[in-house]
Design a protein around this ligand. Structure first.
Ligand SMILES: C[S@@+](CC[C@H](N)C(=O)[O-])C[C@H]1O[C@@H](n2cnc3c(N)ncnc32)[C@H](O)[C@@H]1O
Length: 355
């Protein structure tokens, strides 16, 4: 199939960070190309001669600011609102000139998560219902959803402009728009609980969630108040020491699995090694990265999830610097993954586990 660009979705406002990340990672992987984007659009195109090879060289789980990674097959502009289906079928047909015909396992019709993109949700839903039977009829889409085959995505940028893209389901976000739909539990002490839930869902795979989160494990939560992250850990079977000078929601303490320690999270350390440490302290990201590295280096925990609050300027440079500093100062073999989650605002979330 022909492909001329990667299309990555992101949080609106973070296009410069994603563009810088893609540019740097593509160069490191030996690809020439350039990022194209508009502020607040919620997406970045990375134009590259061999976009399919670049797509394989940049695994989705290594990208920090991309919510979704798609390979663009065609950029369809000036679409006629009375027939958007014919140009899509023609664009798909054109791809067979350079490669074998694929049958896609699923169709998703999406839009960027931006002020301009969100009003396109209704069009996307209606158009998916119209396009699906036409694709099946023409042999482009399997009769039943089939996750083992590539997925076809149509991303509307406006009513007249859509990008036809594909993803490998093993190398892409498993949610439309790259957004996991999590519901706030009525017992959760804060909305921040959703952040840790999303981190566990996104940054760990199924095997890791089973292996690394088990009943009776012990953890610490630095900057815990009012207790959302501690609550998520308790629901995963852990006993938690919640460190914060601020108050925790009383019902959290009633669980009998939480000990509240009023102390400075930058000085407190556990008496014995723990399985987990999580940290949501609002502080300079470098200071947090250094403290997290101390925990890993000293063996005070084996696994960690922490947030790095990003400054307003040079957020990609700061991200790179903090992650490099964390891995260098931890000085232990670790798996490290980082992502700007849907529930993250001006921040990213990092997972690290000792190997
Ligand atoms: C964003 S809130 C944490 C929300 C929490 N994760 C939740 O789910 O409810 C940040 C917390 O970090 C705490 N904090 C900031 N600096 C701290 C420090 N040096 N030591 C301990 N806690 C700190 C603040 O008191 C605040 O409660």
């Amino acid at each position: 199939m022909t492909a001329d660009a990667l299309l990555c979705l992101c949080r609106a406002g973070f296009e410069p960070e994603l563009a810088a990340e893609l540019t740097e990672r593509a160069a490191e992987a030996g690809f020439a190309g350039y990022a194209r984007t508009q502020r607040a659009s919620g997406f970045v195109e990375f134009v590259c001669h061999d976009a399919a090879a670049l797509d394989r060289a940049l695994p989705f789980h290594q990208l920090i600011f991309a919510r979704q990674k798609l390979l663009r097959l065609a950029d369809l502009r000036e679409l006629d609102p009375t027939d958007r289906i014919a140009p899509i079928l023609a664009a798909l047909e054109a791809t067979t000139a350079e490669g074998p015909r694929s049958t896609f396992g699923e169709l998703w019709v999406e839009h960027p998560d931006s002020d301009e993109g969100k009003p396109l949700a209704g069009l996307a839903r209606a158009f998916a219902n119209a396009l699906r039977p036409a694709l099946r009829e023409a042999g482009w889409l399997s009769r039943q959803d089939d996750a083992s085959r590539p997925r076809l995505h149509v991303v509307f940028v406006s009513g007249q402009h859509a990008m036809l893209t594909r993803s490998d389901t093993r190398d892409a976000a498993p949610w439309p728009l790259g957004i996991p739909r999590l519901r706030m539990h009525p017992d959760a002490p804060s909305r921040s609980a959703l952040k840790l839930e999303e981190a566990l869902l996104t940054l760990l795979d199924d095997g890791e969630r089973k292996r690394l989160l088990r009943d009776g494990m012990r953890g610490a939560d630095l900057g815990a108040a009012p207790g959302g992250w501690s609550w998520v850990l308790v629901r995963n079977g852990l006993h938690v020491t919640s460190v914060d000078n601020g108050p925790l929601r009383p019902h959290l303490l009633d669980s009998g699995k939480v000990e509240h320690v009023r102390a400075d999270g930058f000085h407190w350390q556990p008496k014995a090694p723990l399985d987990w440490m999580v940290c949501d302290m609002v502080e300079q990201p470098r200071r947090v990265a250094e403290r997290m590295a101390t925990w890993m280096r000293e063996g005070w925990c084996r696994h960690t999830i922490f947030n790095l609050k990003l400054p307003m300027k040079k957020r990609w440079d700061e991200t790179r610097l903090c992650l490099d500093l964390f891995t260098a100062q931890a000085a232990r073999p670790m798996t490290v993954r980082a992502r700007q989650l849907f529930h993250d605002r001006e921040e990213i979330t990092v997972f690290a586990t000792l190997r």
